[in-house]
Design a protein around this ligand. Structure first.
Ligand code: C2E
Ligand code: MG
Ligand code: MG
Ligand code: MG
Length: 276
């Protein structure tokens, strides 16, 4: 009996695995068509200066509106795009769409709006990365200082390579954030070597303001201040979290408390009502 059970469990497991694989392959095929089918869209989440209350910029966040499955979150499709390499054309489309949008808002009378764009490791490691970024800036006419590239700690394990690329971005006047900071297990010593402009505190630390998490947030903010890097807290959802961050003089905030990521026209409405 035990053997039978083991066998049926095994069969079920492999069948599920196959279904997962089929599902993934189908999704991957659709993902290849997503841009030409106009299914990819960017939403933008505002970021605010804690001291002045001004909206300093937005983070572009990709949304995939699948014709049959509806909205698919980046947490689901970015890993598939990354693994299959489709992230390269999609990432370039994201970069160009975001820069074009920032330039448009600047021309509409909001000259200081900064555009943060997430790049994935495949893009960062691509030999043409810097060239692609420069071409997009040239094509869209966006001043490089209003582009902020978000990378994660885990992308910087090759310190020499990262330093070279980050230095090139810096030389071009492009800003760089380390996203999800504090979760990547990387050495802190690289921070002083990398010419970065922003640290984004990962939202896990804010979710529960336990004594160890508050200590970590304090440490990250102190570290950034000592290195003259601006700190952004993401995932701010409550007044309590906001108050805590302002007491520590965190520079900027982003989160549902202020605004969810919004489609283009919603941001345009917001820009009419908030200080920028
Ligand atoms: P991320 O770059 O760390 O982006 C922040 C995520 O937190 C976003 O999720 C955002 O919607 C969410 N968020 C913002 N405020 C709050 C809050 O107050 N509470 C909570 N619970 N969540 C909040 P989203 O849009 O689902 O994106 C997830 C991740 O997918 C991003 O994390 C990023 O790693 C990746 N991603 C999204 N768009 C892109 C893209 O265009 N390119 C690449 N390479 N990755 C992207
Ligand atoms: Mg990000
Ligand atoms: Mg993040
Ligand atoms: Mg994240």
């Amino acid at each position: 009996l035990a053997k039978d059970q083991g066998k049926s469990t095994y069969c079920l497991f492999t069948q599920e695995m196959n279904n997962d694989m089929i599902e993934k392959t189908l999704l991957e095929m659709d993902l290849r068509q997503a841009i030409s089918r106009n299914e990819m869209e960017l939403h933008y989440q505002p970021q605010y200066d804690m001291k002045t209350g001004r909206m300093t910029g937005v983070e572009a966040l990709a949304r995939w509106n699948h014709s049959k499955k509806g909205l698919i979150s980046p947490g689901q499709f970015i890993p598939i795009a990354e693994e299959s390499g489709i992230i390269l054309p999609i990432g370039l489309w994201i970069l160009e769409t975001a820069c074009k949008q920032a330039k448009q808002w600047q021309e509409q009378g909001f000259p200081n709006i900064r555009m943060s764009v997430n790049v994935s490791i495949r893009q960062f490691k691509q030999p043409a990365f810097i060239n692609n970024v420069l071409k997009v800036l040239q094509k869209t006419g966006l001043d490089p200082c209003y582009l902020n590239i978000e990378i994660t700690e885990s992308m910087t394990t090759d310190v020499d390579y990262s330093q070279k690329i980050l230095q090139q971005l810096h030389n071009e006047g492009i800003h760089v954030s380390i996203d999800d900071f504090g979760t990547g297990y990387s050495s802190l010593s690289y921070l002083s070597k990398f010419p970065i402009t922003h640290l984004k505190i990962d939202q896990v630390f804010l979710q529960d303001l336990s004594s160890s998490n508050t200590a970590i947030i304090k440490t990250i903010i102190d570290l950034a201040k000592n290195l003259s890097i601006d700190v952004i807290a993401e995932g701010v959802e409550t007044d309590e979290q906001a108050l805590f961050l302002s007491t520590l003089r965190c520079d900027e905030v982003q989160g549902f408390l202020y605004s969810r990521p919004l489609p283009k026209h919603e941001i345009e409405k917001l820009l009419q009502t908030v200080p920028v």
